[in-house]
Design a protein around this ligand. Structure first.
Ligand code: F6R
Length: 606
């Protein structure tokens, strides 16, 4: 969590840092700050709140001018969001920004206090600043190496030393960090979009690598001060795709990007009408012989895994266990070398998912990562890898990443079912062809969004609501519910429709909104019975169903119809109105849609 940037070069440093931070605010926005060398002195400007608050503050106190510095946008872990806990943090001659958590900070703090050092903040980060200062004896790299040996936890650090006014230093362990290389200028950043305005060339810093950046040269060392030659990468994301492109919010833009994202993700993986996943390094023999499959992920990515479970079990008849990563890693899961563990993650940096993957590997299982961010930690460490090609997802609430995650789960399920002889070639081709039709069908859903706005308006004053469904509709209702609650702040729960009468139906009273996902034709009668049960108790029901459903007038209060496709693929279409209802509910409540409170896009702490 948190976003860090650094710059050294010919431009006005504060401007570059602020621009970079604006692309990283999705990582946290509890506070913001920059430190810039101004007339040879490190000048810090920082404040609780967002970048806009920092802009305002700098209008009052003056913006520091200079050509080298570091910046930070925070998602608070140690110490409440406040001015004093905002980054950068300083020792006497060192100032740093930090993304991650120092697990042994208490012990280190006690030691440093014993050395007579005085702390201002409640953060773990200040301990690192003081520790660097403690070890600093005129040689910055030596101080960094000595400090590294003391630190436990995950971190990426941007560092400036008072004596080196045209140099910035960086190091990472676990938390992501890239080093951007421009013409007579260098950058550090937690993520690529932060540097795209200036350069597309960057190095991926590996754990325990130290970067030393000056305007004319970038050097990377290991902990033994040995220079490392690294491959310079070129970002294939352009600025345009990282910006809002005329939409009011990133979330709406990203909802609209879903048809393209699906095409970009599946097209290269379909050969002669059949799914082809050879690129990920999984052989047909291996595929056939897995005993069981685990899908491990967090939040929305985990919901994509639940859709995958239904589809894989139905078509390929292989048992699938879906786990929340933070549970998986501590519940002593019974995983063996005959199992496949699939990790799904947009960012590829989610701490719990990464740890779960490492655990699965240590138990001998094969791991397959389905990841959006190239070169991310999960992508690099998995045995096998399938990239989703959603492009940068900026809105905290995931939409297009979820869409392509399920698209990949479909390809995988079709391939596995065919490899195991559970479906024949013709059926595999038919399903693959249907999957290819989904982008156009989603375009038609997106042509007219007025009904979703209308439904959103009907529930904005609700305190709480329920999402219900059966089978794949239940899997989808979980995602609908999460989307709504995270951005509208209306409490909602998803429930298996058939389970309501075992307790939860007592929550229904006059006017309680219920969103019933009812797209599965084999279960439709049962779901309609459940809708009638809640309606009889006063619920105001919105039903999401197929266009072919027919007359809905005596069943639901509102009905959102989506185009028809095979039952198994309905989640690809039905999720879109659920995303839109959540989006409009958030807009109508005046919330910050792209940056909902208390959340961050990339959760790199457990
Ligand atoms: C919700 C959302 C989160 C993420 C979760 C995992 O809209 O985006 O629930 O899905 O934090 O993140 P990744 O996919 O980056 O591992």
């Amino acid at each position: 969590m948190c976003g860090i940037v650094g710059y050294v070069g010919h431009r006005d440093c504060a401007d570059v840092l602020m621009n970079g931070l604006s692309k990283l605010e999705y990582r946290g926005y509890d506070s913001a700050g920059i430190a810039v060398f101004e007339n040879g002195e490190i000048t810090v400007a920082k404040t609780k709140g967002r970048l806009a608050d920092l802009e305002n503050k700098m209008k009052e106190i003056g913006k520091p001018h200079g050509h080298a510095g570091i910046g930070h946008t925070r998602w608070a872990t140690h110490g409440e969001p406040s001015d004093v806990n905002s980054h950068p943090h300083s020792g006497e001659r060192v100032t740093i920004v930090h993304n991650g958590i120092i697990e042994n900070y208490k012990k280190l703090k006690e030691f440093l206090i014993g050395q007579g050092r005085v702390f201002k903040s409640a953060t773990d980060t200040e301990v690192v600043a003081q520790m660097l200062d403690y070890y600093y004896d005129g040689n910055p790299v030596e101080a960094i190496v000595k400090t590294m040996h003391e630190l436990e936890g995950s971190f990426a650090l941007g560092i400036v030393f008072q004596d080196f006014t045209d140099t910035i230093f960086a190091i990472r362990k676990e938390s992501p960090l890239i080093v951007g290389v421009g013409e007579n200028e260098s950058f550090i950043a937690s993520d690529v979009p932060a540097i795209l305005k200036y350069t597309r060339n960057y190095y991926l810093l590996e754990p325990n690598e130290i970067a030393v950046l000056s305007p004319y040269c970038t050097k990377i060392y290991d902990l033994h001060y040995k220079k490392i030659d690294k491959e310079l990468k070129t970002a294939d994301w352009d600025m345009e795709s990282a910006e809002k492109g005329g939409y009011e919010h990133y979330m709406l833009k990203e909802i609209h990007e879903q048809p393209t994202a699906i095409k970009t993700t599946i097209t290269p993986r379909i050969v002669n009408g059949l799914p082809s996943l050879e690129e990920c390094g999984i052989t047909l023999d291996e595929m056939k012989n897995f005993n069981q499959i685990f899908v491990v992920a967090c939040g929305t990515a985990m919901h994509a895994g639940i859709v995958g479970k239904y589809v894989i079990e139905k078509l390929a008849k292989v048992p699938v266990i879906v786990d929340i990563a933070s549970e998986f890693r501590y519940r002593d899961p019974i995983v063996t070398k005959d199992d496949l563990v699939i990790i799904i993650s947009q960012s590829g940096e989610t701490a719990d998912s990464l740890a779960a993957m490492r655990l699965a590997k240590s138990l001998g299982a094969k791991t397959l990562a389905i990841v959006n961010v190239k070169g991310s930690s999960i992508a690099r460490e998995a045995d096998m890898l399938i990239y989703t090609h959603a492009g940068p997802e900026i809105a905290v609430a995931s939409t297009k990443a979820y869409m392509v995650q399920i698209a990949v789960m479909y390809l995988f399920a079709f391939k596995l079912a065919y490899a195991k002889g559970m479906i024949d070639k013709e059926e595999c081709k038919r399903l693959t062809e249907l999957l290819q039709q989904t982008p156009n069908l989603i375009e038609t859903i997106l042509e007219d969004k007025t009904y979703e706005q209308y439904v959103a308006a009907s529930l904005v004053t609700a305190d709480s609501l329920l999402y219900i469904g059966r089978g794949l509709d239940y899997a989808l209702s979980m995602e609908g519910s999460l989307k709504l609650k995270e951005i509208s702040y209306i409490h909602s729960e998803s429930y298996a429709a058939g389970e309501l009468k075992h307790g939860t139906i007592s929550l229904i009273s006059e006017g309680t909104p219920v969103i019933a996902v009812a797209t599965q034709s084999k279960l439709i009668e049962k779901t309609v019975s459940n809708i009638k049960e809640v309606k009889a108790r006063g619920a105001k029901v919105t039903m999401v169903c197929r266009e072919s459903f027919g007359d809905d007038s005596d069943i639901a209060d509102y009905c959102i119809k989506v185009p028809d496709i095979d039952d198994i693929l309905m989640p690809m279409l039905a999720v879109v109105p659920l995303q839109l209802v959540a989006y409009y509910a958030s807009v109508l409540r005046g919330n910050d849609v792209d940056k909902p409170r208390n959340l961050a896009k990339s959760v790199t702490v457990e």
